[in-house]
Design a protein around this ligand. Sequence first.
Ligand code: PMP
Length: 401
Amino acid sequence: MRKKLGDRIAAFKDANAIKEKGLYPYFRSIESAQDTEVIIEGKKVLMFGSNSYLGLTNHPKIKEAAKLAVDKYGTGCAGSRFLNGTLDIHLELERRLAAYVGKEAAVLFSTGFQVNLGVISCLLERNDYLILDEYDHASIIDGSRLSFSRTIKYAHNDMEDLRKKLSRLPEDSAKLIVADGIFSMEGDIVKLPEIVQLADEFGANIMMDDAHSLGVIGFNGSGVASHFNLTNDVDLIMGTFSKSFASLGGFIAGTEETIEYIKHRARSLMFSASMTPSAVASVIAALDIIESEPERIDKLWDNTNYAKKLLLNAGFDIGHTDSPIIPVYIRDNDKTFLITNILHRNGIFVNPVVSPAVPSDSSLIRFSLMATHTFAQIEEAVDKLYAAFKEVQLTPVKVSI
Ligand code: PMP
């Protein structure tokens, strides 16, 4: 590496302090399938840090569908959707997803991140306005950076602030409000009915990022617009397959015209290889299961409500969550790393969320539920969380939600 860049890389010390304390929690190697129990360093660990909300990543029917797709189509498409990378199953999945979320058409991208990058940057031009919740996902923020439009942020889920920000924008400008359906760290739900009202009043379009809402809320888990019965008021519905859908990839759904536009403008779609056959087939199989076994979603919510009850009874501060994503606030970076480490040693996998991802007085442990957890596993995790708090002399402080 030449000097200039080499010096910068050599000066990178961000992770050192936490590594020196033996508390580095990232890039942990898992030696098994992503399930409620995983194997790490040869030992069983209970998984409470997965986005596999419906617990489908190790489902025999989905694995079988993936294997059959490899047999029929091979392992990769060796090209973008635009050119040689469109298979019949890509088109089948697009039709299925459009019907699932209640839109005319959909198009697949290779990851959810690429959906937000490509869609936001291709729709908005100079003099347009992109209006974001301050807690929107990194892929939405990066999409805004690729777009030539101006970006305005409103305080998290604060509809007064959104109104204030919208009221200052030129009446005749194109405006797109983009928000997470369920916020990925806090677990709260977007205030969609109020956003729809404001969008009507100020002439804005709406895009919902349903990464964490698909398979979780709405009819058959079809997302936040369905949950509020506002599908016709949301212009664009974005989803990923890396969470409830047990695979990898993403999609955007909207009117035929909008999808046609995106297919010919979104650079992260046109200049990137298409979803692999096994990934597509897995999503089709996952969708079959989600649509035919709605009891899985009921079980996810039973688990979520049970975990919330136990956590609240124990006095933990879990913020305003309304979903299987439960933040356990610690509000101190070092203690968050320490508690994560104690839990890990005691066989519980959770994710620490510290600054700069959140302000340091909001650092938290992200505790997430799966439909396949048992009540006994949830009890064990909450007990161990309580013990870990005690070990670092932190008292769970009761904050009502
Ligand atoms: N949007 C949100 C809200 C997310 O949480 C994520 C992933 N964590 C993405 C988009 C990106 O999805 P993917 O993993 O499919 O790239």
